[in-house]
Design a protein around this ligand. Structure first.
Ligand code: F6P
Ligand code: MG
Length: 471
């Protein structure tokens, strides 16, 4: 599919893509170097250095590679081919690189932003994949875990809301109007869960995190005016036509956001007659700093079940503990009985059961816009076509849905999706952290432009976009 406009790239120095290459990627690369130094240093202070000499040497070699990458990037050097490291998509990335070379855009400051950013994380993966001792190392894991641990207040808050819901279960299930209200609250919680994104927020205090995640009624109401397109109603009208259906979550970030996804999924299967199965789609390699990998998914469930996982001030009460315990037990049960499943290749399948194969799970770490999903991964495309609702979480998924193209903001959502439009019922929940935005109303656009010119990228605004399946 060839869209009628070019993609975003850093040649526009006023765009967020330029700021990313200049400021954000160097910070991310520096944090990987720091993390590797810390890991090596740990071995020294534990007196284990001589035992792990090879690991330390390999670690140093990876530090050098990452440092060189940072240097090359800052000087707009050519983007090197992905080495044959035995992992997925080498050809896919390198073929595109050759294409870019034809127009001399295979450079860090010239390549399309979406491609370059996916390439960056795939290239980083090759440094670890080619090693022996760091093959399974996730350089972002410590960061992901650290922020998750600081999310206690909001997690306990949500667990209590879910507990209160339980006492109203019979009223809820017999009264669709009430169910609808909760459905809308759930969407909003799940949407703002996307605000905790580590690639954007590098240094956050506990207070900052709590503020971002607060889910209280007032907060939700206050944030409503920041939702620039709100298709909650349309999503609900679709959902009620489904019975015992399957919902797919194309996941974004680990930690708090994943928790909100699990809560939304729990709500759908526990309280509504519409959904009886949920499939979660993670990333198979460390991705965009905070994205969910299969080990993150597994760890999240374990953390929720473990009292000592979270720090919160004030500390949670015994009741709050109980509320979370009950919720997490139910999630665990859903996983073990297959009501929830993780779409991962069989050999790495965690938490019981898999909804997919290697190719299906691998697609999410290609640079391919979703309108080309069918030719690239027909199996995945077919699988999603059998879904009753596919929920795409977060900013990167939105960029891939729209191809990260310079669409005018008034372009209809379905037009920006290209041939993917209508393939399956689709709901995108995204807080705005990149330039692309479509499907807006001209009045909302004008009002928001006047209020906050940074609305496209500062993470304060959001879009809830729904599109029905074409029959
Ligand atoms: O670095 C750019 C980016 O893709 C932004 O679009 C966004 O800030 C972030 O990385 C990923 O956001 P999300 O986790 O919501 O996909
Ligand atoms: Mg992400």
């Amino acid at each position: 599919f060839r869209p009628p406009f070019p993609p975003f790239d850093p040649t526009d120095t006023s765009g967020f893509s330029y700021e990313t290459v200049v400021k954000r990627w160097p910070v991310i690369l520096a944090s990987i170097v720091d993390q590797l130094h810390r890991e090596n240093h740990e071995l020294h202070i534990q007196g284990q250095a001589s035992l792990h000499e090879d690991r330390i040497t390999e670690g140093k070699a990876i530090i050098e590679k990452v440092s060189k990458l940072k240097y090359d990037m800052a000087r707009d050097h050519v983007m090197e081919p992905i080495p044959s490291d035995g992992e997925l998509h080498t050809d896919c990335y390198n073929t595109e690189l050759q294409e870019l070379a034809k127009s001399s855009t295979n450079y860090w400051f010239k390549a399309p932003w979406l491609y370059a950013e996916c390439y960056l994380y795939r290239l980083l993966r090759s440094y670890f994949a080619q090693s022996i001792h760091w093959r399974n190392f996730d350089p972002f894991h410590a960061q992901k875990l650290d922020v998750f641990k600081k999310s206690g207040t909001s997690i306990y808050g949500i667990a209590t809301i879910m507990h209160e819901l339980e006492s109203e279960k019979s009223t809820l299930t017999s009264d669709p109007a009430k169910l609808k209200v909760f459905f809308q609250e759930m969407i909003q919680m799940c949407l703002w869960g996307n605000a905790t994104d580590l690639s954007l927020l590098t240094h956050m205090s506990l207070v900052d995190i709590e503020k971002l995640q607060s889910v209280g009624k007032d907060m939700q109401a206050a944030r409503k005016e920041f939702i620039m397109r709100d298709d909650k109603e349309e999503a609900w009208n679709h959902l009620i036509t489904v019975t015992d259906g399957r919902v797919d979550f194309v996941l974004d970030n680990a930690g708090f956001e994943l928790f909100t996804d699990l809560v939304f999924a729990d709500f759908l299967v526990t309280y509504t007659p519409y959904v009886s199965k949920v499939v979660f789609h993670p990333k198979l390699i460390p991705w965009f700093v905070s994205d969910v990998t299969p080990p993150d998914f597994d760890e999240t469930i374990r953390s929720l079940l473990d009292f000592s996982s979270f720090s919160s001030a004030p500390p949670p009460s015994a009741e709050q503990h109980q509320h979370l315990q009950k919720l997490a037990e139910r999630m665990k049960q859903y996983l073990s009985e297959g009501t929830f499943s993780l779409s991962v290749p069989k050999e790495t399948a965690l938490s019981g059961g898999s909804g997919g194969s290697q190719s299906m799970a691998g697609f999410w770490t290609t640079p391919v816009p979703y309108w080309d999903m069918e030719p690239h991964d027909p199996k995945l495309y077919e699988f999603l076509k059998s879904s009753d609702l596919v929920i795409f979480k977060g900013d990167l998924n939105y960029r891939k849905l729209t191809g990260d193209i310079r669409w005018p903001a008034l372009t209809p959502f379905d037009e920006a999706l290209g041939p993917l439009a209508g393939s399956f019922p689709l709901l995108s929940l995204r807080t705005n952290k990149a330039d692309v935005a479509v499907g807006l109303d001209s009045e909302v656009l004008a009002r928001t432009e006047a209020k906050d010119p940074k609305w496209r990228v500062n993470g304060k605004f959001a879009l809830i976009s729904f599109l029905e399946k074409r029959h």
